[in-house]
Ligand binder design. Structure first.
Ligand SMILES: [Zn+2]
Length: 111
């Protein structure tokens, strides 16, 4: 099967990005798996597989969005049990000025 690279726009909305990749980068460089995402106005409530729940501001320029784009993560959380394919998929995801912005999910999700 041909490998498909995924491109997302750099300025993608944080919720859409999290909803798509289901991964959360913590401040110490650990990548957590996301079990649940809830939107409450401009805030997102994130619940990880290892049982952490927190609220973040839904911003394109948030630390999490920046870390995910730049892949500033050093390891996967052992308690989240993130499957290898998900890490692999994330590592093949690129952020550019011309990628999908996820607003047209059906047509442009995979470019
Ligand atoms: Zn975790």
């Amino acid at each position: 099967m041909e490998e498909r690279k995924r491109y997302y726009r750099k300025n993608i909305n944080l919720f859409l990005l999290l909803d798509q990749i289901k991964l959360w980068p913590s401040r110490n460089g650990t990548l957590h798996g996301i079990r649940e995402l809830r939107v409450d106005g401009k805030y997102i409530t994130v619940t990880t597989h290892c049982g952490k729940t927190f609220r973040v501001y839904d911003s394109r320029t948030s630390r999490a969005a920046r870390w995910l784009r730049n892949k500033w993560v050093v390891r996967a959380c052992p308690d989240c049990g993130i499957p290898d394919w998900k890490i692999e998929k994330y590592s093949k995801t690129f952020f550019s000025d011309y990628g999908s912005d996820l607003r047209h999910k059906d047509k442009n999700e995979d470019l």
